[in-house]
Design a protein around this ligand. Sequence first.
Ligand SMILES: Cc1cc2nc3c(=O)[nH]c(=O)nc-3n(C[C@H](O)[C@H](O)[C@H](O)COP(=O)(O)O)c2cc1C
Length: 364
Amino acid sequence: MQGNFWPDHIRRLIEQIGMEHPIIQAPMAGGPSTAELVASVSNSGALGFLGVGYLTPEQIDLEIRKVKELTNRPFGVNLFVPEISEAAKPSDKVLNCLQEFSNELGIDPPQMPGPPKYSFEDQLSVIIDHKVPVFSFTFGIPDKALIRDLIERDVFVIGTATCVEEGVLLEEAGCSAIVAQGSEAGGHRGTFGSTEGTPMIGGLALVPQLVDKVEIPVIASGGIMDGRGIAASVALGASTVQMGTAFLCCEEAGVPGPWLDSLLSSKDISTVLTRAFSGKYARGIKNRFIDEMSLLEDEIPNYPLQNSLTRSLRNASKDKGDSDFMSLWAGQGAAMSRKLTAQELVDALVSETYQVLKSIGTNL
Ligand SMILES: Cc1cc2nc3c(=O)[nH]c(=O)nc-3n(C[C@H](O)[C@H](O)[C@H](O)COP(=O)(O)O)c2cc1C
């Protein structure tokens, strides 16, 4: 497919970032977006993205170095904006339940976390020092001065919105583009500014409403698994797409066996939104932990406390090769997952998009 085939707004964006195709591999913190995946995606002409929200500054430095060893192409790095949450205490029922699960796995009961040892600014300064060309964030908006500083350093800055209200705030804060995260999306909801709880707007409705309200490019995200989803996003006015679940089954992704098996055997109805693992709504494949914790839904403490309390369970479950207590994050399109290399997937996505747009009579 010729690079100049895209409409102007898409071409402008891919040229500005230095990509060949309007496809972004979503940052996926917690293991999946390995340096190998990120570099392979960027080498194939899309944009690879490291999700480093859970990593220390030293670990972030190491991951960025690994990517730089594997590619000269642009790539992105993503962080979580810290949330100010009131000091919470988990209920006895939640603690007892987590303790029972820990006993079953033969590990120590969950401990209350200590204060964080590094800040968002510490994490970001590593990204700045490495002159990473694209930076994105979720769960909030960093200080406007911080965003301005990044823009002045020629960083392309992307925020995450789950409703129009949040998209407008991101534009006002000076972002270069916005990820419109539909409710189909795998992983955590990026919600931060809605006055109406956690918005669950599907991408098909969210993308055009955001495109109508903001001047900066909108990146469609959630449930996009193949060329049909990319072509549909283009029709809705998106300037590019961000796909997470589609890349989880790539050879280079860091996805343990039980998670991979769940993805490859999933159905359209396999995923649910849950607060069970982290205290923040996230979409994943339903398993025993989600089922049993749903009985305590109202007592689960908010993110990040619940996330810390369940960490040892998730890790032990992974080490045992058992999916019962693992967070099997996946979007509603998981059943369309393909086991390919990143290069094969990007090639397939590009040629499918071209075929779809051609088949519906787009003048190529
Ligand atoms: C396993 C997994 C981890 C994710 N981690 C992050 C993350 O660290 N930062 C972020 O901004 N988005 C994260 N997301 C959300 C993606 O950016 C994106 O919104 C989502 O993958 C799109 O939906 P899809 O999975 O259906 O393609 C994650 C998604 C998944 C599936």
